[in-house]
Design a protein. Structure first.
Length: 363
């Protein structure tokens, strides 16, 4: 007997990046650097005092946290323009609940973050792939033309883009916004890692009431386990989200821990430069193995050029290094972790590709 599941969910597979207990985990773009002791102390004492209030519901509006997030983002943003939820995935889900849904269409440009399409599926929103041109490039002209032809209720841009790593020029965002009548979401989960010269879509918010920029504390802040994502947009977008969010969606403990982490922002973000250094090192060194890295503005590198990506993924895992098979034939993605992790990744590559006979891979 099969369950009476929604027909549009039948046959779908759940999100499932492997969570394996191996020495070097470079597959989900976490920040590998240990959190500072002072932050652990502050989270502990904030949780201790908040625990006494757990008989009450949390602040439904997370006002103090949203004020802190607005201050962190800058760009003159006010707390009523910043919203927070349990990871930017929940933020995206709330956006689709409000602006997508049955009989509505979302447009994305694949390859991009697979959760955009997954959350569309979960909310009954039709997802259309606008595709990219050669080498994963997305130009303003191509993107705007797709928007004109699809007329989406929601358009997704991702900058820097996961899994390719490259940031978009703001010309792409402005062209998509101008061509669209629906909401335009720019997923900036990796914004803090962008190379100099790349600008955030936060600068475009004034005068664009349908533009939404999403961010997360999961990557640069090193707080993936906290589950805290947020967005910046016109205050009216937040009013739309309030219609669909679950009451008290953000727990008291999450709110106080996130505030403690934001108070340590400069210290936490000090690891960003180091991660960028390891990212650039990976991009620099991969060609020596005959591999082709894509230039990255994020904390990971997509690389191709191997005869068999699946076999290389397995061979690296056999040597204790977990990278990501993002489902792009011929490509793998590796997170830039600590210097030691990068060294371990490169040593494993060296072993597999140059030391073992026949490249160590089945032909
Ligand atoms: C990792 C990632 C996120 C983060 O999701 P959270 O729910 O905030 O952990 C969002 N968007 C992209 C493109 C990502 O790669």
């Amino acid at each position: 007997m099969s369950l009476p599941i929604r027909p549009d969910l039948v046959g779908r597979t759940p999100y499932g990046a492997p969570q394996l207990d191996v020495a070097v985990r470079l597959n989900t773009n976490e920040n590998s650097h240990p959190l500072p002791e002072a932050l652990l102390d502050d989270i502990t004492s904030a949780a201790r005092s908040a625990a006494g209030t757990l008989n009450r519901y949390p602040d439904r509006e997370a006002n103090a946290l949203r004020a802190d997030l607005a201050a962190y983002l800058g760009h003159g943003l006010r707390p009523d323009q910043v919203w927070a939820a349990n990871g930017s995935n929940e933020v995206l889900q709330q956006l689709l609940q409000a602006f997508g849904g049955p009989d509505r269409t979302a447009l994305g440009f694949v390859p991009s973050y697979s959760m955009h399409a997954n959350i569309c599926a979960a909310t009954g929103t039709r997802f259309v792939d606008g595709a990219r041109t050669g080498d994963f490039v997305l130009t303003a002209e191509h993107a705007a033309a797709q928007v004109v032809s699809v007329q989406p209720d929601v358009a997704f841009l991702c900058s820097p883009n996961n899994p390719t790593g490259t940031a978009l020029g703001l010309d792409v965002v402005t062209a998509v916004y101008a061509a669209a009548t629906g909401v335009v979401i720019v997923d900036e989960a990796y914004a803090e890692f962008a190379r100099p010269g790349s600008a955030s879509a936060l600068t475009l918010l004034p005068g664009r009431p349908r533009l939404v920029v999403t961010r997360t504390m999961s990557k640069a802040f090193g707080m993936a386990g906290l589950r805290l994502g947020y967005l910046a947009a016109d205050a009216a977008v937040l009013d739309a989200i309030r219609l669909v969010r679950l009451p008290y969606h953000l727990s008291t403990l999450t709110q106080v821990a996130a505030r403690a982490a934001l108070a340590h922002a400069p210290r936490l973000l000090a690891t960003v430069a180091e991660v960028m250094g390891q990212r650039d090192r990976i991009v620099r060194e991969l060609p020596a193995y005959g591999l082709r890295p894509i230039p990255s503005d994020a904390n990971f590198v997509l690389f191709g050029g191997m005869p068999d990506a699946g076999a290389l993924w397995q061979a690296l895992l056999d040597r204790g290094v977990l990278v990501r098979d993002v489902g792009l034939p011929g490509w793998l993605r590796v997170t830039a972790g600590t210097e030691a992790e990068t060294s371990a990744f490169l040593a494993a590559l060296d072993h597999v590709l140059t030391l073992l006979p026949g490249g160590g891979l089945p032909s």
